[in-house]
Design a protein around this ligand. Structure first.
Ligand SMILES: Cc1cc2nc3c(=O)[nH]c(=O)nc-3n(C[C@H](O)[C@H](O)[C@H](O)COP(=O)(O)OP(=O)(O)OC[C@H]3O[C@@H](n4cnc5c(N)ncnc54)[C@H](O)[C@@H]3O)c2cc1C
Length: 456
């Protein structure tokens, strides 16, 4: 009999991780604090409760990165995905579920598994030393005692309690006949930033749009969200005075537009991932509604056709600086017996949290069995997401991220006849390549004798 693994948190990630461990023949204790102690967002004591929308987003595996992630999770034997399929409700191209049936079925599967014990208790601090292998999957609303414990392991600066997210766009959607590469006063490499120029009229129209744009209100329990001076929402800065941004994040100093006259203001974008496929709008964290963000930010010259890998936001959210504190298989570098899973790693969304739970469970299972399991290729959705939280994202600007094709290494830009591959054809290239590259990794997953992954 192998040792017991402790999984803390019975949300989407913890439930998936516990399932993957038990499938591999490993005994698991799953610790869930509800109903003894609840979070401000959960309403029930069910495992894998969906705290808000009942949608797991697009189920289109050809042209959409989250649909591709669904498919890869199904192929990996995910409990969350197969249960979602069984409790699906009509939702067009999306995978939406009957939330109560979904949570009840996951809870039953875990309760019925002979290798899983569920304990309703809070783990209120660092797990005891004699728990040799632990997965912490306590989510965006991790209990304060566990958050404090994580802070002691990761360090003060590596645990966030709020996200303050600036929009991120794909580099390939930026119009470089308007935008140009340059750092202020040519510092660094001289071309570390992408700059978008605004004339005086464009700037004032932009400021007015920010001030009048429709904003998201905080939940009651989020109302004490602090605005740090260093990361004020862009619209709050704009409300302080029409010139504030022109003297702040949009100041045009130290920059020369090679394509036109001296700009009145500039929007700067900074590289957001190691691949250089994503750029964030520097200083543009915002609580504008998503539709408003797309409308207003596409009025910036150079971003008219911008494809947003993620839109901005400000929420309560507990997460570590993954690229700084996690190793390639999601262990805390400072205490490798502790592995993280779910949103606390800095991924974002139900599906992504469950996917990171799946990977954490599989890595931990392999390690417990004394076997090796390498990360999936970065060309797959699972691999791209994992790479983002464990090193692909930039540690200095790390913010939670949904899966999107911007996290994948770009496929060739042209076909064999030299024709540019664009739009849907390009998305299909990503998904076809991912499909092929996942197969060898699936075959490498160590499994219990009578529980082989679907494709092995
Ligand atoms: C208000 C809100 C709305 C959201 N809406 C959406 C949405 O609509 N769509 C979407 O895709 N994503 C949404 N998310 C983001 C996120 O994907 C979900 O929160 C998702 O549930 C995260 O999965 P998880 O397993 O990491 O955390 P959770 O599902 O939150 O699970 C964590 C579990 O750990 C338990 N726990 C915490 N601390 C302890 C402890 N010390 N000991 C024992 N148990 C503990 C909690 O009770 C909880 O059950 C939302 C997040 C929030 C906060």
């Amino acid at each position: 009999m192998t040792e017991t693994v402790h999984v803390i948190g019975g949300g989407l990630a913890g439930s998936e991780a516990a399932w993957q461990l038990a499938r591999a023949g490993i005994a698991v204790v799953l610790h869930e604090m509800r109903p003894i102690r609840t979070t401000p967002a959960h309403q029930t004591d069910g495992l894998a409760e969906l705290v808000c929308s009942n949608s797991l987003r697009s189920d289109d595996a050809e042209y959409n990165a989250v649909g591709l992630l669904h498919e890869e999770m199904r192929r990996s034997g995910s409990l969350i995905l197969t249960t979602a399929d069984a409790h699906k409700v009509p939702a067009g191209g999306a995978l939406a579920v009957d939330r109560d049936g979904f949570s009840a079925a996951i809870q039953k599967a875990l309760e019925d598994h002979p290798l899983i014990t569920i304990r309703r208790e809070e783990v209120a601090g660092l797990p005891p030393e004699d728990w040799e292998r632990v997965i912490i999957a306590t989510g965006p609303l991790t209990s304060p005692a566990m958050a404090e414990a994580l802070k002691t392991v990761t360090g003060e600066d590596s645990l966030s309690f709020f996200d303050a997210i600036a929009p991120i766009v794909t580099k390939e959607s930026i119009d470089f006949s308007r935008a140009w590469f340059q750092s202020r006063y040519d510092k660094g490499t001289g071309s570390d930033y992408i700059n978008c120029p605004l004339s005086r009229d464009q700037y004032y129209a932009f400021v007015d749009a920010l001030v009048s744009g429709d904003k998201v209100q905080f939940h009651d329990w989020e109302k004490d969200t602090p605005y740090f001076e260093g990361c004020l929402p862009i619209e709050v800065m704009a409300e302080r005075g029409r010139e504030t941004l022109a003297f702040g994040p949009m100041k045009p100093v130290g920059l020369t537009d090679p394509n036109g006259p001296k700009p009145f203001a500039v929007v700067q974008l900074r590289q957001d991932n190691a691949l250089g496929t994503l750029y964030n709008l520097v200083g543009f964290q915002t609580k504008l509604r998503h539709g408003e963000q797309t409308r207003i930010f596409r009025s910036i010259p150079g971003l008219e056709q911008a494809e947003f890998a993620r839109l901005g936001g400000l929420h309560r959210n507990t997460f570590v600086n993954g690229p700084r504190v996690l190793d390639a298989t999601l262990r805390l570098k400072a205490q490798p017996r502790l592995r993280l899973a779910g949103q606390v790693t800095g991924c974002e969304g139900y599906v992504e949290s469950a996917a990171i739970g799946l990977l954490s469970g599989l890595f931990c299972a392999a390690e417990t069995l004394g076997r090796d399991l390498a990360p999936p290729a970065q060309t797959t959705a699972l691999g791209a997401l994992l790479a983002h939280v464990t090193g692909g994202g930039h540690a200095d600007t790390y913010q939670p991220m949904n899966i999107n094709f911007g996290l994948f290494p770009p496929p060739p830009e042209r076909d064999e006849k030299g024709k540019k591959i664009k739009g849907r054809d390009r998305k299909k290239l990503y998904s076809m390549r991912a499909r092929e590259d996942l197969a060898p990794w699936l075959a490498s997953i160590p499994a219990a004798p009578n529980d082989r992954p679907a494709e092995a």
